[in-house]
Design a protein around this ligand. Sequence first.
Ligand code: FAD
Ligand code: FES
Length: 319
Amino acid sequence: MASTARGSFLAVVRQNIPLCREHFRLVLELEHFPQTSPGQFVQLSCRDVSLASDVGEEFESTDKRRPQLQAEELTRPVAMLRRPFSLAGRRDRGSNTEIDIIHRVVGIGTDFLAHLKEDDEVGVLGPLGNKFTLPKENQEAILVGGGVGIPPMLYLAEKLSGKRAVAFAGALTRDLLPLTIVDPEARGLDDIRALSDIAEFAKHGVRSVITTDDGIYGFRGFVTQALERYLDEAKPNAVIYTCGPEPMMKRVADIALARGIECQIAVERAMACGMGTCQSCCIKVKKPDPNQPPLVGRDWCYRLACTDGPVFRASDLLW
Ligand SMILES: Cc1cc2nc3c(=O)[nH]c(=O)nc-3n(C[C@H](O)[C@H](O)[C@H](O)COP(=O)(O)OP(=O)(O)OC[C@H]3O[C@@H](n4cnc5c(N)ncnc54)[C@H](O)[C@@H]3O)c2cc1C
Ligand code: FES
């Protein structure tokens, strides 16, 4: 039976296909993977698993015993630390689980992932972090994903089947949208209609609005501009979920707070360990009670994006 604990797993690559110019969908199969929820993430080992000795050995260096660095580690850059990726979907078959990761190639770790082939093995640590809180019965869920913030929105859409929901997906340009658009002629430059033309959302009954900064497809402008217009026209009783570049999420937070709309934000701070040890991912938040520890500031403190988050309420974040 699936548990909620995190663990270290060896996954097998079932699929790794390009979705657009820089994004790939990586499907990993694992055995006995714990239960997961939208908002959670995993840390992937972005290096050959046959080179990755266990962590204790990697950093041990005493007079008697030196680190066993192997040829590849000495001759070219290798991602020593695991890299964090949101869960973009999950399917269970008996004790086996498939998870979807959508990754954009930006450096050595993601470049390694892009070259994985079927049946290759990948080290997975997870599931990690907290989760989105699903909407109340009378609320419309508004999902706002920008660029590499779109993947967690796809997993969230899975759990929103049958509920009122609309997704906003934005990117710089059309071929940076890691999505299947089923009717590419249907939209105009000023179009914020929620349609069923993103297959990954539509299969869960979630309509969507597409924006590109250059206007090559969908609404021309930022996803936040389309969101603002939608909220002002539809005036929904809503909860907003968002993930993407930090300036985009800050703007979404401002838009939501100005209208008194609840907003949950999945932050993507750079993370080294992903499990509360290294303190690399701290983020400033409001402290509900000034007399309670930690006593860093009277009305603020730091939280860890990896274990206290990645999902935070917009009203709590001081960024
Ligand atoms: C909780 C979480 C979930 C994530 N989910 C996804 C996902 O679903 N899909 C996806 O493609 N990416 C996701 N990311 C970002 C992903 O982890 C980074 O892109 C990845 O670590 C880059 O590794 P790399 O070795 O390829 O690049 P590196 O060589 O390590 O870095 C390349 C460049 O990217 C910058 N960079 C690295 N990480 C981040 C970051 N977190 N924020 C801003 N800039 C960064 C570096 O400063 C550098 O300029 C997520 C990050 C977090 C924290
Ligand atoms: S990533 Fe190490 S403490 Fe958060």
